[in-house]
Design a protein around this ligand. Structure first.
Ligand SMILES: *[C@@H]1O[C@H](CO)[C@@H](O)[C@H](O)[C@H]1NC(C)=O
Ligand SMILES: *[C@@H]1O[C@H](CO)[C@@H](O)[C@H](O)[C@H]1NC(C)=O
Ligand SMILES: *[C@@H]1O[C@H](CO)[C@@H](O)[C@H](O)[C@H]1NC(C)=O
Length: 811
């Protein structure tokens, strides 16, 4: 034991005082010394204290004996009489805990034997540190332990006593425990750990603290021990996700089994307490069918079709549970990334179909809207028409387009359009869709009717049947329905002096042109009328064409013999000189035919002669020549009947008689009258009778007409056209009327004609027709003045009727 700070003032005084006391009280000598003094340490001068003479110490063999068989702790210096420490004095060894600790030694002097008791009181010095029995104090504390729980700690032992024994404990500074120091029944101090803050195994699995026991020595000594606390697990931790929010982006239409994300949660607890299983939180039914969460691995997979257009962000609550049911939560925020999976679609917002063909370029005829459910570029749509048609799309606000006409439309060329609109988005690859629009072009009356021919010629045989069709005009109008419906009419004009309507009528629908009357080539060889074709548009368009009516001749006129005149009264006689030789010209028959061409090509034949061999007649010239020389034997009077025949089919003929007198002297002419009388008198009588009857019939008719006109004027609205038609004789050769040889060309007509002028239809209705087909050449057309007046309003009448009455021709 080392020498301690012995020379502290307080102790020194106490020590001196004690030594004096001991000396005085016992007679023996007693000393008090600290333990663990070095050998040779001067305890005191025993010689002096006992009053012994130092010089005799050695002679008296002074020595120190231990009492009994004990150890000798001190010795005496025989020269000085000093008592010094001879052996180590360890109080703890000698006295342990006993106090005071006293060692008894004896000073033995011989010669004489003297015994002195030396009492050494050993004072404790702090030469022992507190000590713990074990080097480590171990605890197992469950982390769920409550605050203020106490844990008893082993006591520390210190061999020293009194104030040098354990006086206090200190605990290493820590956040969980406090130390409470208590004094036991034996006065020993011990400590308790007090939990001041709950343990957390997950935070700190083990706690190691140093507990220090300190004694009260000067200086104090201390001893330490480690407290090792193992924190036992309690299920005090819920699983915790690695992220509070998992942000993931996922392309739409990701295939099934695509891993979206793997969530992971950890549970700080151990064992079952730390076993984590995963599940979705509350999910809508639709989302449940889209995603699957693996219970063990936390892997979220796609199992359905993710559609950006349906939902572009998805929130999946997930939870993790440990074996005891503690749960942790997190959210997976799915940002669905758009994929160009939607083709644009075209909506026709409005369509002005049909569009009139005269719509000007730039007219808007429709509005189109395009939409694409995708976003951004995938939803940017361009719309166009890739056709060579006069339409285009003009982008308007937002996704609207105007369908605009860019050129002229013509329904007659293209009546409808199939417009194909293509919409393409800007995704990659782009998607497109098409929409077809059927556009019809509405008609506008922009085309006049056009006749098929530039002009029409109708060839009509004279003496045609009234009402017979002579020609058909036809015009076409490409416009639609009534705009293209052609109605024909005749433009009012005059033919000769009569209105054209009295010559021709036209069927407004068919363009068939009818003759209203029978034509007479000899009076009218041709005429022209304008035929109008008008459509039914509003306003109507029209065009006209010239119709030339060419009347062709028919053999309806008998040859007319101009010479010899067949006037009954004057029998012309030709003188033939007796000396006339064969071939000499005797006379000439002159005849004309009102017809033309073959019908007027006349041939002359002698059909009867008093002396058939005597005369011949030139077939074409009509010249009568002697066939042979005349002789005396020939009769003086010669009769020749000549027939003049035209070349028509069938031919018509006229005859005349020629009286030839073969004589050189007119005086020789006998009574000539007798010559012809026998033949002509009976005929003459017949003609006279006919003339008489005709005159009286004419007169009667005239009276009737006058009466009828009077009657009609009183009861109008019905227009009675009542005319006796006569062709003026001025049209005929002057003496034509007097030629009466044929007497066959007579006809009587009595028919009603219903004419509608200015309307679309016209038709004739023949009530009766007598001797039809022939108009007498010499028929007179006559209108009473009243009938002419009424004719002025004819055009406006819807259903007029007029009656043409042909009277028997009068010669
Ligand atoms: C448009 O389509 C219809 C039927 O699809 C067809 O009858 C018509 O001829 C077409 N028109 C044009 C101008 O192509
Ligand atoms: C005929 O044309 C007119 C315009 O000129 C138009 O208004 C009308 O609708 C057309 N008629 C038909 C049947 O197309
Ligand atoms: C007949 O047509 C011509 C042009 O072809 C026109 O000048 C004339 O006015 C028309 N006549 C009538 C009466 O419409």
């Amino acid at each position: 034991m080392e020498f301690q700070s012995f020379w502290v003032n307080g102790r020194l005084f106490g020590f001196l005082f004690f030594m004096i006391m001991a000396h005085n009280a016992n007679g023996d000598v007693s000393y008090s010394i600290p333990e663990e003094m070095k050998r040779g340490y001067l305890i005191g001068n025993i010689a002096k204290d006992l009053g012994l003479d130092v010089s005799m110490l050695s002679s008296r063999k002074a020595r120190i004996d231990p009492e009994g068989n004990r150890k000798r702790y001190c010795n005496i210096n025989l020269h000085s009489g000093d008592l010094i420490v001879a052996d180590r004095i360890d109080r703890e060894e000698i006295c342990e805990k006993k106090a005071p600790c006293v060692i008894k030694q004896e000073l033995v002097l011989e010669n004489p034997l003297e015994l002195f008791r030396i009492i050494l009181t050993i004072e404790d010095i702090n030469d022992n540190s507190p000590q713990f029995t074990e080097s480590v104090i171990k605890f197992e504390i469950r982390e769920s332990a409550d605050k203020e729980s106490r844990y008893l700690l082993d006591e520390a032992h210190d061999a020293d006593i009194g104030v040098n024994s354990v006086q206090s404990y200190t605990l290493q500074n820590n956040e969980h425990f406090l130390l409470s120091v208590l004094t036991g029944a034996n006065g020993g101090k011990y400590g308790e750990l007090v939990l001041k803050k709950e343990l957390d195994r997950e935070h700190q699995k083990e706690v190691t603290l140093i507990l220090t026991a300190v004694d009260g020595g000067t200086p104090p000594r201390s001893g330490t021990v480690a407290i090792h606390i193992t924190v036992l697990d309690a299920n005090d931790n819920a699983p915790v996700f690695s992220q509070a929010v998992y942000k993931v982006s996922l392309p739409e239409n990701s295939p099934v089994d695509t891993v979206v994300v793997t969530v992971s949660a950890t549970d700080a607890d151990e064992g079952q307490n730390g076993e984590v299983t995963y599940a979705f939180g509350h999910l809508s039914e639709t989302l449940r069918q889209l995603f699957l969460l693996d219970v063990k691995s936390g892997e979220i997979k796609v199992v359905g079709n993710i559609d950006y257009e349906e939902k572009n962000s998805i929130e999946l609550p997930v939870q993790a549970k440990d074996g005891q049911g503690l749960a942790g939560r997190s959210i997976v925020l799915l940002d669905v990334v758009d994929v160009n999976d939607n083709a644009p679609f075209i909506i026709i917002k409005s369509l002005n179909s049909p569009v009139p063909e005269n719509a000007s370029p730039g007219t808007e005829v429709g509005i189109i809207n395009v939409q694409d459910r995708d976003s951004e570029n995938n939803g940017q749509v361009r719309c166009s028409i890739h056709q060579n048609i006069p339409f285009k799309l003009v982008p308007s606000v937002k996704n609207y387009y105007s369908l605009v006409i860019t050129g002229e439309l013509d329904r007659e060329l293209v009546s409808d359009y199939n417009i194909t609109i293509t919409a393409t988005d800007e995704g990659s690859p782009p998607l497109f869709s098409k929409r077809y629009i059927h556009f019809t072009v509405a008609d506008v009356n922009d085309n006049p009717p056009v006749f098929e021919e530039q002009n029409y010629r109708a060839h009509v045989q004279e003496n045609n049947k009234p009402g017979s069709s002579i020609c058909t005009v036809s015009a076409t109008d490409p416009d639609w329905r009534q705009n293209g419906t052609v109605v024909y009419s005749l433009l009012p004009s005059d033919v000769k002096v009569s209105a054209v309507s009295s010559f021709l009528s036209i069927n407004g629908d068919t363009g068939v042109i009818h003759a209203v009357r029978s034509f007479d080539f000899e009076q009218l060889k041709s005429f022209e009328v304008l035929v109008l074709a008008r459509d039914n548009g509003s306003p109507p368009l029209s065009s006209n064409v010239t119709l030339s009516v060419l009347i062709t001749d028919e053999n309806d006129n008998t040859p007319q013999i101009l010479y010899p005149s067949s006037d009954g009264n004057s029998f012309m006689t030709e003188m033939v000189p007796k000396a006339a030789q064969a071939g000499s010209l005797v006379s000439k028959v002159i005849a004309v035919d009102a017809d033309s061409g073959q019908n007027a090509w006349l041939t002359y034949h002698i059909i009867k002669a008093s002396d058939p061999g005597l005369f011949t007649i030139g077939v074409h010239s009509g010249e009568i020549r002697t066939q042979r020389d005349l002789s005396e034997s020939d009769s003086m009077k010669q009769n020749i009947i000549v027939s003049v025949r035209d070349n028509g089919q069938p031919f018509l003929s006229a005859t005349c008689a020629l009286y030839l007198l073969i004589s050189d002297n007119l005086a020789e002419v006998p009574e000539l009258k007798d010559m012809s009388h026998d033949e002509s008198s009976s005929k003459l009588t017949f003609y006279l009778i006919i003339a008489l009857v005709s005159v009286s019939t004419f007169f009667m008719t005239f009276i009737i007409i006058i009466l009828a006109v009077r009657f009609c004027r009183r009861r109008k609205p019905r227009l009675l056209f009542d005319g006796a038609v006569a062709i003026p004789s001025a049209y005929l050769p002057p003496n034509y009327a007097e030629v009466d040889g044929a007497g066959t060309l007579r006809s009587t007509y009595n028919y009603d004609a219903y004419l509608t002028t200015g309307s679309r239809t016209s038709d004739f209705k023949f009530i009766r027709s007598y001797n039809e087909g022939k108009l007498t050449a010499d028929m007179t057309l006559k209108k009473t003045q009243s009938a002419l007046d009424d004719l002025g309003g004819l055009d406006s009448e819807i259903d007029d009727s007029f009656q043409i009455q042909h009277l028997p021709g009068l010669n």
